[in-house]
Design a protein around this ligand. Sequence first.
Ligand SMILES: [Fe+2]
Ligand SMILES: [Fe+2]
Length: 449
Amino acid sequence: MKDAFYLNISTTDSLGIGLFKYALLPSERFIITNSALAQMLGYESKRELKKEKLSSFFIHDEARFTFFKILRRDGKVKFFETIFRDKKGKPFWVAITASLVVSADKKEHLEGIIENISSHKEIAERLSLEGGFLQGLLDNIPDAVYFKDCNNRIMKVNKFYAEGVGLSLEEVIGKTDFDFFPQEQAQKMFQDDNYVFGTGRPIVGKIERTLLPDGSWNQVITTKIPMYDKAGKIIGTMGITRDMTAYAQLEKERLTMLINALKILSKALEMRDPYTFSHTRHVAHIAEAIGKRLNWDQNRLLGIRLAGELHDLGKISIPLDILNKPGKLSNLEYTFIQEHVEKCYGLIKDIEFPFPLAETIYQHHERLDGSGYPRKLHGDKIILEARVLAVSDVLEAMTYHRPYREALGSQKALEELKRGSSSAYDSQIVNIVFDLFGANNGKPFWVNS
Ligand SMILES: [Fe+2]
Ligand SMILES: [Fe+2]
């Protein structure tokens, strides 16, 4: 994992953006940086930089205090602008974006990027002193800025926008998003513009992915506001789009590291109890197949796959002689087994994911009619992810051999789901399971996945 992170960091040197991983108390040292960060701060090498503390680069104590305060409060800081001093003491403007990450051994790290924004600041300051500076100001904003009329036609853009779509400033005027972007994507932009135009309400900080003319994708954050004439009538919209690709990549890497760490835990469970491991792997495949039929996006599919893999992780704390006991369990033993849900929830509830992982696992033994556990939730109180996981779990568990009983086979499992459809299990999900079986000639559809 460390190597992968390091490799990704080194490939960003050519962008001139400083990437770093930094240990907070007690060591307060850089662990990984790219060369661009060392260069930006005036150091000969990354090794030399690693002797320094991040806080020593802040010129103003107040800014340093605010930065760490926001970090502690929100767990992350986005585009924090401040003045740094380099090794020789020369001041320059930077923008810091960073996340607080807690590693498996409970050590706190900062991961983030530092951009030198001095040139943007200098240009902006100079232009602000000159008259008639609107276009110049726009052109020096490192975000795409655009003004559209009430027919969604572009009236004005800045240089950053024009370069992004590969045209000159003049060529862009009069065109619409349909001239630059794929139909589906342009349609969404069109709807957003019309919403702002029609309601007078702004759209603030909408995150979306954009396909560039060269075929690559970037992730952007967009704000659109209405424009008014002197009489107060809306005459069009203005939008600002900021490229977040580097930040999104950093988030993706952080998530990958986190998932890998959790997978190590599930491997530990495998070593201890092979039954549970093959079960969770199958459940993950079943749940993902259902999620695909529900047209979930990649993020949601990743979430349900992970929930499948980790949902029984709490069994790691159950003694093996109970877990693998042949025959019927006593009430006390059954209560003990049920605790795996809360134990797993407790393990991961404080980790931030872009999907409801902990809640999905917490609810995977709940049933629509309130007959489940641990909270006896009813109907809509059970999130869709947990309903998918519940059906996947039952289907797998009944199909295969378990220490306490023979395999019942997928037909028996399907009968149980049919019997409980609508009362215990979500009927839409049960129907999907029948469809998936049908599409696979009545055989388990997860076996070769
Ligand atoms: Fe379970
Ligand atoms: Fe399970």
